[in-house]
Ligand binder design. Sequence first.
Ligand SMILES: C[S@@+](CC[C@H](N)C(=O)[O-])C[C@H]1O[C@@H](n2cnc3c(N)ncnc32)[C@H](O)[C@@H]1O
Length: 244
Amino acid sequence: MAAEITGRIKQAQAIFGGIADDYDRPAQLFGLLRYRFWQRELAAMIAERKPAWVLDMCTGTGSIAAEIAQRCAGRIVAVDVTRAMLTRARRNLVLLGERTIFLQAAAQCPPFCDNAFDVVVFSYLLRYVDDVPGTIAALGRLVKPGGMLASLEFGVPPDPILRALWTVYTRVLLRAGLSLLSPGWRRVGGFLGHSIADFYRRHPISALEGYFQAAGFKVHPTRRLSAGGGVIMSGTKLAAGGEP
Ligand SMILES: C[S@@+](CC[C@H](N)C(=O)[O-])C[C@H]1O[C@@H](n2cnc3c(N)ncnc32)[C@H](O)[C@@H]1O
């Protein structure tokens, strides 16, 4: 594995290893109760396809995997680079038994064959990788022709007034609130707002859609949820001849 990938992975493991034991409630609370709602929207889109095999890359505590499992009968491979997050996911999804397989691996070099999954989903991943188009391409290769690649990420509201409120919330209130929880959450509060805004400066939504296209996907209309605070992007993999 290249040194820069290894450095990024260690950084992500340090961040998420520090908050794995108490992740879900703060994420939901400081996501203004939208965190689970967005995950459910994404899970509903995935379930419509009735996938037999789903890869949930950067599963975290497994909450999207759980939402998908409630809606369809397929099997789910839940992958994360942080061991402590996977441990939580395993506990949270124990009732699903053999329907779920857990694996510690990195999204930049996923250890699966091409065209292995009906759906590959990832959420809140791309701000933690250096090569965004390369990571999308690596995950896209795992999708069967006709299958779906789908992502969920925090967004920046396009409306100027809402964007100003969002900036105050993420830079002041969120930061202050998270700093009260634990040293791990204080660290997250210190970078989250900047990290989201900076991500879209470097990779506007149109560029991200372009990465999906370059990876061989027919891009579906991007969904901005909750005034743009959440962004769902997805596409259907084209066959070699260009047909979905
Ligand atoms: C903000 S959490 C989101 C977890 C989950 N997807 C959710 O919606 O709640 C980001 C997750 O991505 C994982 N992660 C970060 N970089 C990764 C990488 N390069 N490969 C795989 N997982 C990664 C972290 O360990 C963490 O569990």
